[in-house]
Design a protein around this ligand. Structure first.
Ligand SMILES: [Zn+2]
Length: 279
């Protein structure tokens, strides 16, 4: 009997008190349950497994059967899905087990980040409207840039360390960039991936907004590499950081204003990149 208990315990993801409490607050503020699961990938990446004991397993499984979703998901360490269906609503935090080497040491920070997105929704903050098509990523990055400011603030207030995971990510991005030739990033973007431009701009804007005062050395190195690979993105990064910084984004109306302006700046960036010769 003891063995059976241990086996079940191992399969159930347990959270530290700070996260358990945040989850309870999100659930009571929004009236929507929050579930967390980690999906394991087979060695060849072809097969995904969710532990049998995963709470709300059928809800998670529903998304893992969608090819479009999985194609995006494999690029992420974790994601928050706001599920709305005939079976009700749920916030689903799904961790990508294939990328565990990147986040395993910082699992709680990764989960907390996704809780932050659920928390903002539960608090009724406006979110950009998702529009399908080649710029489907626009809504995601617009929302992320503005929401991450509040999420970082909230994690700090709750004593949840988010810095270690962030610095590790920046270190990996910097090391990956260091081996590429100048302008390589712009070349890739011009080869036809506007979402790459938006993703990179959002990541860089996060850094500008999150490290305003004293900056760790890795942040300086990250900026040096980004300027080298993506020089044409920097004016947009600066404009976006300024647009967000000049507003009290905890205020719902100013939050909405920030979303609108960031959205417009990102859209203009995509247009400028597509038409480099227009004035
Ligand atoms: Zn996020």
């Amino acid at each position: 009997m003891e063995n059976v208990f241990l086996w079940l315990a191992l399969l159930t993801l347990s959270l530290p008190p700070a996260l358990d409490q945040w989850r309870a607050e999100i659930e009571s503020a929004g009236g929507v349950p929050v579930y967390v699961a980690e999906v394991e990938f087979s060695a060849d990446g072809g097969q995904m497994t969710l532990p049998d004991a995963t709470p709300a397993r059928p809800l998670f499984a529903q998304y893992l059967r969608q090819e479009d979703f999985v194609r995006q998901f494999v690029l992420m360490r974790g994601v928050l899905i706001h599920h709305q269906g005939p079976d009700g609503q749920a916030h689903l935090v799904l961790l990508n087990g294939a990328r565990r080497p990147e986040w395993g040491a910082h699992r709680d920070a990764l989960i907390a980040h996704e809780f932050g997105h659920a928390w903002l929704r539960a608090k009724g903050y406006p979110a950009p409207v998702f529009q399908p098509g080649p710029l489907a990523c626009l809504a995601i990055h617009t929302g992320d840039i503005v929401q991450h400011v509040l999420i970082r603030r909230e994690m700090e207030a709750r004593g949840i360390d988010h810095l270690a995971l962030w610095l590790a990510s920046l270190e990996a991005a910097t090391a990956g960039a260091a081996v590429l030739p100048d302008n390589e990033g712009m070349a890739k973007i011009r080869a036809g991936d506007p979402c790459l431009a938006l993703r990179q701009t959002a990541e860089w804007a996060d850094v500008r907004l999150g490290f305003a005062g004293s900056r760790p050395e890795i942040v300086e190195s990250y900026e040096v590499e980004m300027r080298r690979l993506f020089p044409d993105l920097e004016p947009a990064v600066s404009a976006i950081a300024e647009a967000v910084r000049s507003r009290k984004v905890e205020d719902h109306q100013q939050h909405l204003d920030a979303l609108r302006q960031v959205n417009a700046l990102l859209r203009r960036l995509v247009d400028d990149l597509a038409n480099p010769d227009s004035p």
